[in-house]
Structure formats: structure tokens, C-alpha cells
Ligand binder design. Structure first.
Ligand code: SF4
Length: 774
């Protein structure tokens, strides 16, 4: 099966519009499996259904589930090989406690008592705001819902967020701004039905590999849809595109405004639908009027006729499906740009209809659940912190006084949580299943925050990550395959993942750890009963069904039993908003929205003044240049990102031999012309510098646009013998974020590049992806 590392998307199974996507069962198994256990992949937001092969109490492989609506049996390289991390020799198998400066093995009692003692004294001395919780997009729904209850309801802190802030905060925010609530309008089935795909800042071929297979099977089928791609890099999708707009990084709003203007001036607007189902068209028309193709071309560094051609493809589409990801979300005008993507579909009336819709994609596998359950900047069940009735409803569900649930201001976002820890107002930080010492921007600063003596740091993880190095207490976590629970992919498909094997050593499920913490700390409801009323994943899920009932993300009809045996099931049905009604009533809305340029939070009265009343909101935005623009000293734009073979900081994929061999080390990509100007060639050693740090890596010369320097952010120092820290891309990035979604900026850091050594062969970069040599 090594060929599936090279042959990333596997054999083509072309099909035509309206036919079901043919099944293809992808399997990797090491010897024979004794039994197969139902699950889904947790290595990206696609959520491909699979069965876990088990022999002698160990995971020995995976097999795609043909019956499932998401993948029809297919798996990508990460899904096929990532399971090997479960039995890696360096799993954490017992708690660790820092003594005399060293992390040493401890019992669960010893570790938890330490955490609880510190919590108790802090609660008494400083109150709930001394606590911060920073979680992930890779746990299960049941873990998150329990954490939201413990942190928001039990401790009563507003400082709970996920690393989804780095990947999917803008997706949720853009959906709230346009439609009143989070929730992907589109469906993967629309890939089978669309006649036009619009990809904005998404390298789907690498980040949602199996979804790209579905595209390829249409693109290589008899009735090929048309494809427009906006991306500074020459991604595999860009190579397949009818029009590729390789825009200058940080100019998404300008290009989208130019496209919307073209749609309007050429009469490609579905005016009847717009008049009936939206508000704000006049303001949008006025704002985009100045973005002629020539002005858009000048700002974005593309040809004006290319903008016209792209607009014509979008304008002539009958069923247009739009995908958006990090190229939009990790920019300075992230929400403003993501909302303009919504606007493209809205002005064309292309939402809630077969083949027509929007997928503001998620990055991480269970990011959707982080948002739904209130583990990011929202209250559980897409409830609105500004709506007293929503907070009271939650208090009733949790049997707490309303004032126990913090709602005096927006829930604290991750970048602010770390700032509070830096300033000392947060002195207890619990980091769960994520690795900020590698993934947050400006790592030197993050290391200094984590290393403070005054910060009590608890880390739950399955592995000794870079972040664990700073912990006071380390709690070993059970992961996928070792616990039961559910999770939801980017098109709202819920999957059940059953426990296949025992966790190693004393590792425990995160949900169990939170319940143990709550019970030891004596967290109670207002009647003096234990706060957390469940002890199994299924009991927790039932409580979640109750919490989500009647909300946009209503799980009440999706039971564990319903999820067993067949396909995953979508909440909200095939696609949202088929009736043209949006949750923009003031009583329904998850948020009252923001000014897209400044980030100002609208009040209920300001929201009501829009008079949306169940209509979608067309919110315009002017283009604003990035603050960290290239200059004489730092003339390039650094963009960080991923390759198909690794997930984030490689905590799992760095422990799968095939994936490590396919992309073993960091590299830096530059355009041919830029490399030539530098006097550098393929494989030469380059030094990338910003005012915050340095990375050294071998050069891959690619077909990207000039001025872009790409460095994958997967590579850290945990497997370096020499303690070399110059491989991590986030040594270079900047502490700045989108004013609306608060998502950090990873795509437009001004940098300079120097050649520091000659090459000894090609860069250690994959050759089959966006990193393809020029
Ligand atoms: S596309 Fe995503 S969910 Fe599917 S197998 Fe690959 S990594 Fe796993």
C-alpha cells in the first residue's frame, strides 16, 4: 500500500451529475484483523467513515466504510496510516507531576489532588477569572460538552476557547454574520450536483483529500463542472482550474469585491431571490462599485481579464458550490473576506438548493463540535451570550443560577487567554489536546508565557509534545480508537466512533478526566447535586441532545443506535436554508454581528435596525491592506500551511513511518523568479527571518506567485537531538488577528530570505502536491 502515499487520490471513478459517487473501499491493514470496529477518521474535517481493524487488543489497520455518505469507502494518506500513532512507543501512560524542576511519574490521585488543591485555593483567593482552558478541535463531542459545563457552568470562567481559533473561528463567524447562526449551509452531495466549483483560499487536494477525490471524479467525468480557484500557490486544484487567480496574499476582499461587482454590472444577480431573502443589497452594490476589474487587478496582482473570466464562470453557473478555508481565515480581513464569499452565493441565489451552496470549511476533524458545544467563543447550542433568554435556558438545563454562567461580555478568545496568562490575571491554564508551543504565532513569546513560575500549567495529552515540557501536571489521555464518542464533520455529518482497544497504561478519556476533576473539586448544581450528571459517553450525548434540541444544531433525532451500522447522519438535513429562511430574528440569532472592518460588536438594537427578520444579511466590506505589509527590509510575504502527509504539529502523523518518510523535514518554497534573484536553487539552504525569529530550511522552487514564501508549520523540535528550534514556522509569525473572528494571521507576515548554504540535492518536500517543483 506504499503506493497510496505516492498516489494520493487513488484511482479515478468518474461519474456524472446526479449519479451517486461510486464506492471504492480503501484499506490498510498490517496482517489480518480479528474484528472491525465502527469509527471515522479524525485527521481532518472531512470525517471519512472507517472501521478500525483490531488484533490481539491492538489497532492493526483501517478500512473505509462504503456505506457512508461522506467518503463512500475512500481514505487519504493520513487516514490510511495515521492510526499507527496509537501504538507509538512514546505514548503517555501515567500522570506526570513536576518535582524539583523535573516531570516525574505520579498516581492519578496525586496528580488530580494537586490540580484540585490549586483550583480550590485560586477560586477562593482570586475567583473564576483566574482560570483559563485552552482546548482543541480533536476531542469528541462528549469531551467538549463536559468541558463546557465544567468550565463555564462549574468554575464560572469566561476564559474557554479552542485551538479552533487558529483554524475555524472565521468559518463560524462568517456564517453568523451572514445567516445569524453557525452551521454549514451546504452538503457534500452538492459536489455530485454542482456545475461550478468556487475555491477560495483552500488547498483541498491536501487538506481534505477525499473531498478532492470527489471533485476529481466529477472533473474527470463526462460532464465536467467548471472550477475557479483563488490561491497564491499553484495547488493541485489550481492546476485543474478553468480560471486560477493567483492573488497577492492578503487581498481577498479586493478580489471578491471585484468579482461581486462584475456579477452585478453584468446582470448575473438573481434579483427576485435577493429582494425576497436578503437585506443589504444596496449597500453592497455601493461598496463594490469602486472595485473595477482594473482596480482589483492592481491591488491583487492579477490580470483584469482574468477577473472578468472568473466572474463569467461564476455568473453563468446554474449550480455553484463555494469552498473557503485558511487562505481566507488566517488573513487580516478574514471574516470580511469569508462574508464576501457568502455574498457571491447570496447575490446569485445559490444557497439551499441542490448543487448550490457554501461550505465555510473547518480545518480540524471535530472543530464543528468545539463550536457547537460552547468550547470556543460561544455558548453551547449556538446560544447567544447577549440574549438573556438563551443564557437562562442554559442555566435551566444545567440547573444553575443564570449569573453563574459568565455572559457579561464575549467569551474570551485564545489570543486573549494567552495575553491574560502573560499579564498574570490567568494563573491556572489547562491545555487539552493541543500544542500551542508549536502552533500559536510568535513562539518565543508563547514559550515565555508557558514558562512563567506564576502560571500553574496542566496539560492533557497522549504524547510528550513541545507544550508538555512546560507543564506542572501532565494527564495522559486516551485518544480515538480508545474511547467511545461522536464527532461531526464539515458538512454536519455526525459519526459514532466506538472504543476498539483499551487505552495504554493509565490513560483516560478526556470526558472522564473532566468529570473526575469536577467531582473532586465538589462542583455542584444549585440543589447541591453533582454538577455533571453523566458518567458514560452515551449519557453525556443524551444530555447534549437535550441541550441542542430546538437550536440550529439540533441533535435530538440522532441517537447512538441510529448511528450504528449505517452511514453518518447530518444534523439539519441535507442542506440548510432550503426554505430561504435564516435565523436572523433577534430571538434566534447566535450573535448580533460586527462591523467587518473594526470588529465592533453590535448591540441587539443595532442588529434589529437591520430588519433582517429571517432574511440573510449582505454585509459589505472595503479592502484594507495588511498592516504587516512587505517593505524594503522584509520584502516577502510569509505564508504558513500544511502538506497532505501531516496534520498540524505532527503529534500523530509524525509517528506514522510512511507519512514521515513522505515529508520528513521542513522546507521553504519560493517562486522561480524570486529564487533566481536570490541566486538560490533547489535544495539550497535558506534562512527566513522576521523581527521575531529565524527558520532555516532547504529551498523548493515552485510555481507560486512572486513574493510568496511558504513554510509548512508541522515541524518542531521534539525529534531533534540537538535542541535546534529553527525549524518551526511559528518562530516567524506575528501576534495579530482578524478584528472580527480573532483568528491569528498566518498568511501575510513580512519576512526576508537569505541563502546560507549550497544544496546537497532536492528539498525534503513532496513533489506531488502544491510543493511540486516548478
Ligand atoms: S480526508 Fe481527512 S478524514 Fe478523510 S481520510 Fe484523509 S485525513 Fe482522514
Amino acid at each position: 500500500m506504499a503506493s497510496r502515499v505516492d498516489d494520493i487520490w487513488g484511482e479515478r471513478t468518474p461519474f456524472v451529475h446526479g449519479d451517486p459517487w461510486p464506492e471504492r473501499i480503501d484499506t490498510v491493514v498490517d496482517g489480518a484483523a480479528e474484528r472491525w470496529v465502527q469509527s471515522a477518521c479524525v485527521l481532518c474535517s472531512n470525517g471519512c467513515a472507517l472501521d478500525i481493524g483490531v488484533r490481539d487488543g491492538r489497532i492493526v489497520g483501517v478500512r473505509g466504510r462504503g456505506v457512508d455518505r461522506v467518503n463512500h469507502g475512500r481514505l487519504g494518506p493520513k487516514g490510511l496510516y495515521g492510526w499507527q500513532a496509537n501504538s507509538a512507543a512514546d505514548r503517555l501512560t501515567q500522570p506526570l507531576v513536576r518535582r524539583d524542576g523535573q516531570l516525574r511519574p505520579a498516581s492519578w490521585d496525586e496528580a488530580m489532588n494537586l490540580v484540585v488543591e490549586r483550583s480550590r485555593s485560586l477560586l477562593a483567593e482570586r475567583g473564576p477569572s483566574a482560570f483559563g482552558f485552552y482546548t482543541t478541535g480533536q476531542l469528541f463531542l462528549e469531551d467538549y460538552y463536559t468541558l463546557a459545563l465544567v468550565a463555564r457552568g462549574g468554575i464560572g470562567t469566561n476564559h474557554l476557547d479552542g485551538n479552533t481559533r487558529l483554524c475555524t473561528a472565521t468559518a463560524g463567524q462568517a456564517l453568523k454574520e451572514s445567516f445569524g447562526a453557525d452551521g454549514q449551509p451546504g452538503s457534500y452531495v452538492d459536489v455530485d450536483l454542482a456545475d461550478t466549483y468556487f475555491h477560495v483560499g483552500i488547498n483541498m487536494a491536501e487538506t481534505q483529500t477525499v473531498l478532492w477525490m470527489r471533485h476529481l471524479d466529477r472533473l474527470h467525468g463526462p460532464d465536467r463542472p467548471r472550477l475557479v480557484v483563488i490561491d497564491p500557490r499553484r495547488t493541485p486544484a489550481a492546476r485543474e482550474a478553468d480560471v486560477h487567480l493567483a492573488v497577492r496574499s492578503g487581498t481577498n476582499v479586493a478580489i471578491l469585491n471585484a468579482l461581486i461587482r462584475e456579477l452585478i454590472v453584468n446582470g448575473w444577480v438573481d434579483q427576485e431571490w435577493v429582494d425576497e431573502h436578503t437585506v443589504g443589497f444596496t449597500a453592497l452594490e455601493k461598496t463594490v462599485a469602486e472595485y473595477t476589474p482594473e482596480r482589483g487587478a492592481e491591488i491583487c496582482g492579477v490580470g483584469p481579464d482574468d477577473i472578468r473570466r472568473a466572474a463569467a464562470v461564476l455568473g453563468e453557473a446554474e449550480r455553484m458550490l463555494t469552498f473557503v478555508l485558511q487562505g481566507v481565515y488566517q488573513s487580516h480581513q478574514a471574516t470580511a473576506a469569508a462574508v464576501q464569499c457568502n455574498n457571491v452565493n447570496l447575490v446569485r441565489g445559490m444557497i439551499g438548493k441542490p448543487g448550490a451552496g457554501i461550505l465555510q470549511m473547518n480545518g480540524q476533524p471535530t472543530a464543528e463540535n468545539t463550536r457547537e458545544t460552547g468550547c470556543n467563543g460561544d455558548l453551547p447550542g449556538f446560544r447567544n451570550w447577549q440574549n438573556d433568554a438563551h443564557v437562562a435556558e442554559l442555566a435551566q438545563l444545567w440547573n444553575l443560577e443564570t449569573l453563574q454562567i459568565p455572559h457579561w461580555g464575549p467569551p474570551t478568545h485564545a489570543m486573549e487567554i494567552f495575553r491574560y496568562a502573560e499579564q498574570g490575571s490567568i494563573s491556572f491554564l489547562w491545555i487539552i489536546g493541543t500544542n500551542p508551543a508549536m502552533s500559536l504565532p510568535e513562539l518565543r513569546r508563547i514559550r515565555s508565557i508557558l514558562a512563567q513560575d506564576r502560571l500553574f500549567l496542566v496539560v492533557s495529552d497522549a504524547f510528550l509534545t513541545e507544550t508538555v515540557e512546560y507543564a506542572d501536571v501532565v494527564l495522559p489521555a486516551a485518544i480515538w480508537g480508545e474511547k467511545t464518542g461522536t464527532f461531526t464533520n464539515a458538512d454536519r455529518t455526525v459519526h459514532l466512533s466506538e472504543r476498539a482497544v483499551e487505552p495504554p497504561g493509565e490513560a483516560r478519556a478526556d470526558m472522564d478526566i473532566f468529570i473526575d476533576y469536577a467531582n473532586r473539586l465538589g462542583l455542584r448544581d444549585k440543589d447541591g447535586q453533582p454538577l455533571v450528571k453523566w458518567s458514560t459517553a452515551e449519557e453525556c450525548y443524551r444530555a447534549w441532545q437535550e441541550c441542542s434540541k430546538g437550536r440550529p444544531c439540533d441533535y435530538s433525532d440522532i441517537s447512538y443506535n441510529g448511528l450504528r451500522g449505517g452511514s453518518g447522519i447530518q444534523w439539519g438535513g441535507e442542506r440548510l436554508y432550503s426554505d430561504g429562511l435564516f435565523p436572523t430574528g433577534a430571538d434566534l440569532a447566535e450573535e448580533y454581528g460586527h462591523d467587518l472592518v473594526t470588529g465592533y460588536t453590535f448591540t441587539k438594537a443595532e442588529f434589529q435596525a437591520l430588519n433582517a427578520q429571517r432574511r440573510a444579511i449582505l454585509k459589505p466590506s472595503k479592502y484594507v491592506p495588511p498592516a504587516d505589509a512587505p517593505n524594503e527590509e522584509f520584502p516577502y510575504q510569509l505564508s504558513t500551511g500544511r502538506t497532505v502527509y501531516h496534520f498540524h504539529t505532527r503529534t500523530k502523523t509524525g509517528r506514522a513511518p510512511e507519512l514521515v518518510a513522505a515529508a520528513p523535514d521542513v522546507w521553504v518554497e519560493m517562486a522561480q523568479e524570486d529564487a533566481a534573484e536570490l541566486g538560490a536553487g533547489e535544495g539550497d539552504l535558506l534562512r527566513v527571518e522576521t523581527p521575531r525569529g529565524v527558520v532555516e530550511a532547504r529551498l523548493r522552487v515552485t510555481g507560486a506567485r512572486r513574493g510568496v514564501v511558504f513554510v509548512p508549520f508541522h515541524y518542531g523540535y521534539w525529534d531533534d537531538d540537538d535542541g535546534d528550534r529553527t525549524r518551526a514556522a511559528n518562530e516567524l509569525t506575528i501576534t495579530r488577528w482578524d478584528p472580527v473572528s480573532k483568528q491569528p494571521i498566518f498568511k501575510t507576515t513580512a519576512c526576508r530570505v537569505l541563502k546560507v548554504g549550497d544544496g546537497r540535492g532536492p528539498a525534503p518536500a513532496p513533489t506531488t502536491t502544491a510543493s511540486e517543483p516548478a
